[in-house]
Design a protein around this ligand. Structure first.
Ligand SMILES: [Zn+2]
Length: 309
């Protein structure tokens, strides 16, 4: 049994992007309710701290960070940062806790009191570009965590794996210029945000994209990882693996057409644990059917606890 830390914060439920928005507060409530079960009694439950301005600047220019932190919408006001990305009164604090959870999760496995960690947070992060909020995301949680691992902990090889059904354009663009990082993503293609072709291989050949056609399912997903994604990850020999864990490739998710079963998320979790180098940090990204999200995230965390490291 692995020691697994769970980072979350009630402020992450106070981010409300408006009525009918798929990235809704109930997502986090559903995940936390599924983890409120005796199977998870041994999770090391921690409050996610606020990321500092300096930590947010690990992946974003100071001017962008200041612009986001200066947004103070009044009650009932929603600011649109792009057609999908809205900031309400609780959003900026939620985003700071989400990024803070990613950093604290890295610290937990680097300090050695956890083998793996899961950040149950929102808003998600993998679409946020260096200087642009997009796709429900304000700050690039995974890239901030990777940069923190590199600069604070001195790691030379940090991998980010992203199995959200959408390509993590922001994570790729922030990390692809530095060979200390490897980014591997499976995603529906073509689909939002439009990036993630197999021909995008990074400036240091440190990006591996595994595009999956709409209508694919478990066998195509597993084959892409077995044939290309996992071999690239093993060859890189990461000292730390950061996972952008989105569960919207589930067959009943309303936002995409990759037809994974809940068990596929257990399978990929086992594979990633085995290739992680002994330290794995997982960050919640997408997943928009509440029942599928809760079941898939719970299975993911269960396998973080039980998978051989
Ligand atoms: Zn997604």
């Amino acid at each position: 049994m692995n020691r697994v830390a769970l980072f979350s914060h009630h402020a992450c439920s106070a981010h409300d992007p408006g009525p009918g928005h798929p990235e809704c507060p109930d997502r986090l409530r559903a995940v936390l309710a599924a983890l409120d079960h005796r199977d998870f009694a041994n999770l090391l439950r921690e409050q996610a701290p606020l990321a500092t301005e300096a930590q947010l600047c690990l992946a974003h220019p100071a001017a962008y960070v200041r612009d986001i932190l200066s947004l103070h919408p009044s009650d009932d006001e929603l600011r649109a940062l792009d057609p999908d990305t809205f900031v309400g009164p609780g959003s900026v604090v939620a985003a700071r806790h989400a990024a803070g959870a990613a950093i604290a999760a890295v610290d937990s496995v680097m300090e050695g009191w956890a083998d793996a960690a899961f950040a149950a947070v929102r808003p998600p992060g993998h679409h946020a570009e260096r200087q642009q909020a997009m796709g429900f995301c304000l700050f690039s949680n995974a890239a901030i965590a990777a940069e923190h691992a590199s600069r604070h902990w001195g790691l030379k090889r940090v991998a980010v794996v992203d199995f959200d059904v959408h390509h993590g354009n922001g994570t790729q663009h922030i990390l692809e210029t530095d060979p200390a990082f490897l980014y591997v993503s499976s995603h529906q293609y073509p689909c939002y945000p439009g990036t993630g072709a197999a021909s995008e291989t990074g400036y240091s050949r440190n990006v591996v994209n595994l595009p999956l056609a709409p209508g694919s399912g478990s066998s195509a997903f597993r084959a892409a990882w077995e044939n290309k994604g996992l071999p690239a990850l093993r060859a890189f020999k990461p000292e730390l693996l950061i996972v952008s864990a989105g569960f919207d490739a589930h067959r009943i998710d309303p936002l995409a057409q990759i037809n994974l079963e809940t068990e596929d998320f257990g399978w990929i979790t086992d594979q990633l644990m085995a290739a992680s180098g002994g330290r794995l940090v997982s960050l919640l990204e997408g997943g928009y059917d509440l029942m599928a999200l809760a079941a898939s995230a719970a299975l993911h965390v269960r396998r973080l606890i039980t998978a051989p490291l």
